[in-house]
Design a binder for this molecule. Structure first.
Ligand code: ADP
Ligand code: MG
Length: 588
């Protein structure tokens, strides 16, 4: 094939792909520009998840009239002139790629005025071409309007998610910006809906409050650590040991004002907690690391979320020490003896992780329903699966022998040996119970919480809640909004514990939102599966004999018991002949 040079338009569209993947990346670039321009107020308005329109308005220094078209030229930047500057960077943007990239794949207009000039200028572009440039009246600052993103690259358009999902992505991004820039007031609206706002009063704890809610902010410990020798400074907040989350999504790292992702820092941070942090739990953290600019390289990746440290070992040690000291001094302050904290942890593990059979109301509150045998037979009709429930199911057939690896029930069924995956089996049991609730018209199976709880959700979820609330209600959650992101929980589904706390609800919602991230998910299914998974006994969890007996008997009564709701088998079996063959025995 002949080699050709790509025409200008095609080349620019390809280059744009490195920086502009979705509406959120447009917002990211525009907000970074606004921040670089010294803005103290940044307003983001979107419609159609940002696909139809994104408008970012700032009160920064603006662009002078002669430079307006230059801003849309590739590699045009006011932030970097010689290569050496790259190593002394304090601004967020520097490649001069964002505006031309956005203009290559959307219809863009930019209106701007610098403080000193009498009039402003406006430039309009589509598909990378300048259509119009004129003098206009405008307030000081810059407003960029981006419409019909990817209108000329339909291939890209196809990869965008549903409006709600793109909106959520933008919402999460704005939350992160607010945490990174407490001195800037951010505002996000979608259509007429206000999705997020921060005060910009410069107080990090207030920014944390606007993102995660004030209750959460109040449970954070202040981190403040300076290392004279290296000139590094670590400041921010990290959660007290009782406040943990099921994923690392709640850890925000900012290095010299730049939001970054860094596994090494996250690991060091969590190691700083030592055994204060329950297994598979993660803290909620906002850490600002200030380091001399020449000790980091931000030019690793076009989106600039990855950075390289000159001395990673030093950073790792500092983070570890900063967190460890914070926790130690908070111990002294509150006068908790070590073991009380440990106990507090154990509580978190049992109540938070859904591992607590003992407190789980499931055992205390047997549910009565008729097993649907026709369904069972149907499930067994698959080839090779006929050994189980071939005729009828009765408790008597199965004999519990014990627990293997604290994960599998060992069961004898007639002459067969069964290994039942306790988590998968329990998941199916709960799932079927939930289906039953859904079909029953009465909702009396909800539990009124002894003490109604208040829960603060991250502002980033605001756009998703309206769709989710009626469904959550249907499954027995009684959630009443009492503010933009705060809810009172009065009741939970009966499969949850009466002592369900806001932490558990938060975990459930987080799992749900993760599942709902992709638009093909069916909300109802996702809720059912998430609650089942959350409440099911976990692998590697020791069970008492009565607990195992109960699990086994419920499992036997449950329709479609051979598979968990995700489709994995709950049981494998060995028959006597197979086993005897393996032992080189002749069948008797
Ligand atoms: P970069 O940010 O990497 O320099 P961009 O393409 O994002 O490249 O922007 C090009 C130039 O346009 C910037 O260097 C800056 O001078 C100017 N600019 C862009 N957005 C703004 C804004 N909101 N306020 C002031 N100047 C801006
Ligand atoms: Mg930029």
């Amino acid at each position: 094939m002949a080699i050709r040079v790509l025409d200008k338009n095609t080349a620019e569209q390809i280059a744009a792909g490195e920086v502009i993947e979705n509406p959120a990346s447009v917002v990211k670039e525009l907000v970074e520009n606004a921040l670089d321009a010294g803005s103290t107020r940044i307003e983001v308005e979107i419609s159609g998840g940002g696909k139809s329109a994104i408008i970012v308005t700032d009160n920064g220094q603006g662009i002078s009239a002669p430079e307006v078209s230059l801003a849309f030229q590739r590699f045009a930047t006011s932030k970097l002139s010689i290569l050496d500057d790259l190593y002394n960077l304090s601004s967020l943007g520097f490649r001069g790629e964002a505006l031309p990239s956005i203009a290559a794949v959307a219809r863009v207009s930019l209106t701007t005025r610098t403080e000193g000039s009498i009039s402003g200028s406006q430039i309009i572009l589509a598909g990378g071409e300048i259509l119009k440039k004129e003098e206009v009246g405008a307030p000081p600052g810059t407003r960029v309007t981006v419409k019909n993103l990817f209108y000329n690259t339909p291939g890209r358009l196809k990869f965008l998610r549903a409006d709600a999902a793109e909106t959520a992505r933008i919402s999460a991004l704005l939350s992160e910006f607010a945490l990174a820039n407490p001195g800037v007031a951010f505002n996000l609206t979608s259509g007429k809906r206000k999705l997020f706002s921060s005060s910009g009063d410069g107080i990090l704890l207030h920014a944390i409050g606007s993102v995660y809610g004030n209750n959460t902010a109040e449970s954070m410990l202040e981190v403040n650590f300076r290392d004279r020798a290296s000139g590094c400074n670590i400041a921010g907040y990290t959660s007290a040991p009782h406040l943990t989350r099921s994923s690392r999504r709640w850890i925000t790292l900012i290095v010299n004002g730049r939001l970054i992702k860094n596994q090494m820092i996250t690991n060091a941070l969590e190691r700083g907690y030592g055994d204060y942090l329950p297994r598979q739990r993660h803290p909620l953290t906002v850490l600002h690391l200030l380091t001399p600019p020449q000790t980091i390289d931000v030019n690793v990746h076009p989106t600039k979320v990855e950075i390289r440290f000159q001395e990673p070992e030093l950073i790792r040690t500092l983070i570890y020490r900063a967190v460890k000291l914070t926790l130690q001094s908070s111990d002294q302050l509150s006068g908790w003896p070590q073991n009380t904290i440990k106990e507090a942890h154990d509580n978190v593990i049992t109540s938070g992780q859904g591992t607590g059979w003992k407190e789980s109301t499931y055992f205390g509150q047997p549910i009565h329903f008729e097993p649907d045998y026709s369904q069972i037979r149907e499930a067994c009709a698959e080839p090779g699966e006929t050994w189980l429930y071939s005729e009828s199911v009765s408790d008597g057939d199965c004999k519990l022998l014990g627990q293997y690896l604290h994960s599998y029930l060992v069961v004898q069924k007639n002459d067969d040996l069964l290994l039942i995956d306790q988590h998968a089996a329990h998941e199916r049991i709960i799932y079927q119970q939930l289906l039953n609730i859904e079909q029953s018209t009465t909702s009396q199976q909800d539990f009124q919480l002894t003490i109604p709880q208040t829960i603060d959700l991250p502002a980033a979820w605001r756009s998703k809640m309206p769709a989710l609330l009626p469904l959550l209600n249907k499954f027995g959650f009684d959630l009443e909004p009492i503010g933009d992101d705060s809810y009172i929980i009065r009741a939970v589904p009966f499969v949850l514990s009466k002592e369900t706390g806001s932490a558990q609800l938060n975990d459930i919602l987080e799992m749900l939102f993760a599942a709902l991230g992709d638009m093909t998910t069916d909300y109802r299914e996702a809720i059912l599966k998430t609650i089942s998974c959350q409440r099911a006994v976990k692998a590697k969890q020791p069970l008492t004999r009565p607990e195992m007996e109960k699990l086994l008997s419920d499992w036997q009564k449950t329709p479609r018991a051979q598979y968990c709701p995700h489709g994995r088998p709950t049981v494998i079996s060995f028959n006597r002949t197979q086993l005897e063959k393996s032992f080189n025995r002749k069948g008797s």
